[in-house]
Design a protein around this ligand. Sequence first.
Ligand code: VGL
Ligand code: ZN
Length: 204
Amino acid sequence: MADEALVVIDLQNDFCPGGALAVAGGDEIVPLVNDLIRRTDHVVLTQDWHPAGHSSFASSHPGSQPFTTIDMPYGQQTLWPDHCIQGSLGSDFHSGLAWTKAELVIRKGFRSEIDSYSAFFENDRTTPTGLAGYLRERGIDRLILAGLATDFCVGFSALDAISQGFKTTVRLDACRGIDLNGSLEAMLHRMRDAGVTLEDHLSD
Ligand code: VGL
Ligand code: ZN
């Protein structure tokens, strides 16, 4: 439908098995996402895209370990292994992803001093990526989200999509989560409470 877009979140090598920040089963969703791409008129991709030495990397904070949190000027930030470094193989889309139909690629996390989980706003929750304006100008008001990771980039994108006035569905069967200290369950609750439609098409 013309007023609907599929937003595929961060389906990149580093988030798939063998990658620097591998999400369990991350590669399993590729066929489902490709099917969604085939069936949707408008496709947007996001690409996690960090400069080397990014402030979300544990390696940038001597003495810190990945998967712990630190306080940043904009709030709490989880520290990650180095991942999705601009132009690296790990930052490439999964080789099986049928990405050529995409009309737009939103790159995020490209500022050294701030991370960006959401496709709409960076982690200070105020710096826009431009995606909301792009979609509005295109007359798109309904979004389907799929990709990695359910409890971080997909989840925050869905919450922001709702706050920006888009009718938003997350295809949980075409997502996989990191699940750090209960983050998956917590994000599912937050999305449900915010009015995100959560769909699981396991039998499709
Ligand atoms: C993501 C952690 C760090 C994601 C990106 O795509 O969910 N998670 N960078
Ligand atoms: Zn990242």
